[in-house]
Design a binder for this molecule. Structure first.
Ligand SMILES: Cc1cc2nc3c(=O)[nH]c(=O)nc-3n(C[C@H](O)[C@H](O)[C@H](O)COP(=O)(O)OP(=O)(O)OC[C@H]3O[C@@H](n4cnc5c(N)ncnc54)[C@H](O)[C@@H]3O)c2cc1C
Length: 279
């Protein structure tokens, strides 16, 4: 039998009233900004089932930033492919019958295909059924000395602030920046307008961290399709439900629950469905 270690003894015997106040504090200053940052939306309209899924994941594993960035995951998958040619920086314009039409006008015939993006973007007959997206913006700054004292996530609970969170990536991986420099990453709540001045963000971080040195702006990445807006979430589906036609199969985060886990799970299922169709 599993012993959950339940006990009536509180850590300090504190009254329930104070404990409930602590929960209220956690909700406002931790859960709202933390999960707002994970779901990339501030109203927390994301289904509660997704909260339970992610919360469980944090309970059972570590939060991490891969040594070579998030790209390391795809690089690891690609390394295992023995007989596959990978074309990078090759935009597909549309699907026509059993041909892929590239943005540069070239066409490629396919027998079977797994589409890992919203098919409505490539198939004119699906127009109007597009996936909706949450957007976000990431900013990067250099500093000459540490802004934070440890590898923590600086959550900004203040509703009026444009910042959701910031962290100093070089606290974790010093060679993310040249020697003597520190790399600060900032996630904004919304993508700012074209005339946005990043020094506003630099000044807010300096003020919050009481940092007196300079924060030098490096880059801004607007990510319009950061996470799909999903009304219903699924952990998994029948592999066969991922076929759009006999030859076109679907994979991607938007089919399950908007995460790397969902992207990889759906990819595996789509490959299984395709293999079944070959037999
Ligand atoms: C800032 C941020 C932080 C995140 N953090 C986490 C996290 O900590 N944990 C987690 O689980 N998830 C996280 N996610 C979500 C995660 O990145 C996605 O769930 C995952 O990448 C989805 O994988 P995918 O293969 O479905 O789509 P994508 O990763 O978007 O891959 C689709 C690919 O198709 C390419 N493409 C699009 N259109 C075309 C075209 N016309 N022709 C050719 N290629 C095309 C794109 O360039 C892209 O490479 C985060 C997302 C963002 C934006």
């Amino acid at each position: 039998m599993c012993d959950v270690g339940w006990s009536l003894d509180g850590p300090d015997g504190s009254p329930l009233d104070g404990f409930l106040l602590q929960i209220f504090w956690l909700e406002s200053f931790f859960f709202r900004p933390f999960f707002g940052g994970i779901f990339l939306e501030n109203s927390l309209i994301t289904p509660a089932s997704m909260f339970r899924f992610v919360f469980k994941m944090f309970g059972s594993g570590d939060a991490l930033l891969p040594r070579k960035g998030i790209q390391a995951i795809t690089a690891q998958l690609a390394e295992k492919l023995q007989r596959t040619i990978v074309h990078l920086e090759t935009a597909i314009d549309r699907l026509e019958g059993s041909s892929l039409v590239l943005a540069n006008g070239q066409t490629h015939h396919f027998d079977k295909i797994i589409l890992t993006i919203d098919p409505a973007l490539l198939m004119p007959n699906l127009a109007g059924q597009n996936v909706q997206w949450q957007s976000t913006t990431a900013l990067y700054f250099f500093s000459d000395s540490p802004v934070l004292s440890s590898p923590i996530i600086g959550l900004v609970a203040d509703e009026d602030s444009p910042i959701n969170n910031f962290s100093e990536l070089t606290q974790l991986w010093p060679d993310f920046a040249p020697a003597g420099k520190h790399l600060i990453s900032v996630t904004l709540k919304e993508t700012p307008s074209k005339h946005f001045d990043p020094s506003i963000i630099a000044n807010e971080i300096k003020q919050r961290c009481q940092y007196t040195g300079a924060l030098v702006f490096l880059a801004q990445y607007d990510i319009p399709k950061a996470l799909p807006v999903l009304d219903t979430l699924q952990y998994s589906v029948q592999a066969t439900s991922l076929s759009l036609t006999d030859d076109i199969y679907l994979a991607g985060e938007y089919l399950l629950n908007g995460s790397l886990d969902a992207a990889m799970r759906s990819g595996r299922l789509a490959a299984e469905a395709l293999l079944i169709s070959l037999n």
